[in-house]
Design a protein around this ligand. Structure first.
Ligand code: NAP
Ligand code: F7E
Length: 327
């Protein structure tokens, strides 16, 4: 019998990478789609799996849709990746962010509790929950939370609700506390993809400047393809638990910019980069750097793609995408 999994957020960045991994492992994959006039399957197409997923219509803000999906599919594994995930928009759309990221998780957990209590549940938690908090410049599973955005706050609720369903109802519910992870199908608003797309356009003469916000924040950036492997391992463990998933390295936005331009053979990046206050945030997370000892020891997980390899991969993919469009 094929194992079954429900993946919410199937059209985003992580959904397609996870679906591909699960399909390769022989799973039947249900993908939750919210209603759209024209849904964008581009990320699934990029990975060549758009025809291999079983799509189901529902919305994280509509509890009844989630109740009936879980009742009808009873998947062995549920990966909750759906979210209003852009930190920058979470100040302007704090209520929507909370409804999707916090209450949406409660809806899904209730659906599991009522209709499929043996389903294993993965919650896409985030390093944004740490925000200002660190111990000697590093964050791990024991670091207290101090979120700095409505997005971070919404995810703290979801984290604790996941823990609470585990402790209250004995549901196999786990949090992956993932640090930033990127790829050629990262949303264009996020800084890494905005940079690699901008660099590719500058390289091809399609654009002559790149407008960014604060270049000083430090992030622990890894590759999404590596991180979905950790999500799967978290649900294969003997017991449910919470894990930090990161690379253990941190770099400034400016370092990412310099390396992205260099990857395209442009050394005078300062000529092209303008700072623009529109891209600064009301409260910033200055530094993120994860300690992954627990994931290494208990899951046998380690990242494979380095910071430099990630940047080269993304710049190359954006140049190829734009060249293909122009043909
Ligand atoms: P993403 O590209 O923004 O994808 C999020 C997905 O959620 C999209 O497919 C979106 O659907 C869907 N969604 C939004 N609102 C919804 C709703 N009301 N009902 C159903 N689906 C809805 O995010 P990602 O980078 O893949 O991240 C996956 C998850 O990991 C998110 O929960 C994010 O918060 C979390 N996370 C990400 C990172 C990271 O660095 N990438 C790090 C830590 C945690 P549409 O396509 O229809 O808009
Ligand atoms: O910003 C700075 C910005 O939007 C990274 C999400 O996946 O990871 C992501 O959240 C940094 C911030 O990601 C621009 O101020 C400068 O310090 O790429 P980002 P994020 O906010 O770290 C976490 C782990 C998640 O969970 C989230 O879902 O870059 N920055 N200039 C800029 N950021 C953007 N977007 N645009 C700029 O022009």
């Amino acid at each position: 019998m094929k194992k079954t999994a429900l993946v919410t957020g199937i059209l985003g960045q992580d959904g397609p990478y996870l679906a591909k991994l699960l399909l390769e492992k022989g799973y039947k994959v249900y993908g939750l789609l919210r209603r759209y006039s024209t849904p964008g399957f581009g990320n699934l197409e990029y990975l060549g799996i758009e025809h291999d997923v079983d799509y189901i219509e529902g919305d994280m803000t509509d509890e009844s849709s989630l109740l009936s999906i879980i009742k009808n599919t009873r998947p062995q594994e549920v990966y909750n990746l759906a979210a209003q995930s852009f930190v920058g928009s979470s100040w302007e759309q704090a209520k929507l962010t909370t409804e999707v990221n916090s209450l949406g998780v409660l809806h899904l957990l209730n659906a599991i509790k009522y209709f499929s209590p043996t389903s294993r549940f993965y919650q896409a938690s985030t390093s944004e929950m740490f925000g200002l908090s660190h111990e000697n410049g590093i964050q791990d599973e024991n670091t207290p939370f101090h979120p700095r955005s409505p997005y971070g706050v919404s995810k703290v609720y979801a984290y604790w609700m996941t823990v609470n369903f585990r402790e209250s109802y004995n549901i196999f519910a786990s949090n992956g506390i993932l640090f930033n992870h990127e790829s050629p199908i990262r949303g264009i608003q996020f800084v890494t993809r905005k940079i690699t797309d901008g660099v590719a356009r500058i390289k091809l003469g399609l654009q002559n400047e790149l407008r960014l916000g604060n270049l000083d924040p430090q992030r622990d950036w890894g590759f999404a393809g590596d991180y979905v492997e950790a999500m799967h391992l978290i649900l294969q463990a003997d017991t449910p638990d919470d894990y930090v998933i990161a690379t253990g390295e941190t770099h400034t936005v400016q370092e990412f910019v310099e390396k992205a331009f260099a990857a395209a053979g442009i050394l005078d990046w300062k000529k092209y980069v303008q700072t623009d206050p529109r891209f600064q945030r009301p409260a910033e997370v200055p530094m993120l750097k994860g300690r992954i000892d627990k994931a290494v020891k208990q899951l046998g997980w380690k990242p494979k793609v380095s910071f430099d390899e990630l940047i080269t991969m993304m710049v190359k993919a954006d140049i190829e995408r734009l060249e293909k469009k122009a043909r």
